[in-house]
Design a protein around this ligand. Structure first.
Ligand SMILES: Nc1nc2c(ncn2[C@@H]2O[C@H](COP(=O)(O)OP(=O)(O)OP(=O)(O)O)[C@@H](O)[C@H]2O)c(=O)[nH]1
Ligand SMILES: [Zn+2]
Length: 220
């Protein structure tokens, strides 16, 4: 996928409410389609039958409901208020939150990929509540994803919400579709990044972000 396509899909997949200064907003997103829980339960029942299992057996009787609810949970982010504050002290150094854990579902195999996100931004007029950076990771992780798109979506959200002078997002994850099955390349770590503004263009800021994110082979 080209970067233009990634950006377009980031915008079309999820639309966020605009953030008004000092006012918490609903971080809820508009989804492409509503979740049909009854339909999902029925579909899992059919899937079990198609896999040669008996969905009516005692052991599997509740499995369609459990699987459907587990998937719905993994695809439903918690709404949140994207609280921002005025940057009265004109703080203009990097703010970095490293090692934010996340789990998502790969859109190719519906298997989890999980790891950590590192986020940094150089504030403009607004600061964001730190926990919101972890919440925005969850906002985009709870979807059928590819790691590259998720990385861009997080960076775009921070850019649009805070209008900072720089943003850096790095995701490091293990894809179970690559380690459990298929090529079975255990222990691989996929690293993706989206660096924008001063975090991309200013050498000192970029190095500082990568070092604070604890990435191997980097130093401040
Ligand atoms: N770029 C990218 N690829 C991903 C991601 N998650 C899974 N994939 C890849 O998506 C590809 C799908 O390839 P296919 O050849 O259609 O699927 P497959 O036959 O199951 O491929 P194998 O996994 O190689 O057995 C695989 O190479 C996966 O490793 C992701 O987040 N980003
Ligand atoms: Zn996959």
């Amino acid at each position: 996928m080209t970067s233009t396509e990634l950006a377009a899909s980031a915008t079309s997949a999820r639309r966020l409410h605009a953030v008004a200064p000092d006012e918490p907003v609903d971080g809820a997103i508009d989804r492409a389609g509503a979740i049909d829980r009854a339909g999902a339960i029925e579909a899992i029942e059919s899937l079990l039958a198609a896999l040669g299992r008996d969905p009516g057996s005692t052991h599997l009787a509740e499995t369609p409901r459990r699987v459907a609810d587990a998937l719905i949970e993994l695809l439903t982010p918690h709404p949140f208020a994207a609280t921002t504050f005025a940057n009265d002290e004109h703080y203009d150094e990097l703010v970095v939150v490293a090692d934010i854990p996340f789990s998502s579902l790969c859109e190719h195999h519906l298997l989890p990929f999980r790891g950590v996100a590192h986020i940094g931004y150089v504030p403009g007029d607004r600061l964001v509540g730190l926990s919101k950076l972890a919440r925005v990771v969850e906002l985009f992780a709870r979807d059928l994803q590819v790691q590259e798109r998720m990385t861009r979506q997080i960076a775009d959200w921070i850019g649009e919400t805070l209008e900072p002078s720089g943003v850096g997002v790095v995701l490091e994850a293990e894809h179970l579709c690559m380690s459990l099955r298929g090529v079975q390349a255990e222990g691989t770590r996929t690293v993706t990044s989206s660096l924008v503004g001063s975090v991309r263009d200013d050498d000192r800021t970029r190095r500082e972000f990568l070092a604070r994110a604890g990435l191997r082979g980097t130093e401040a």
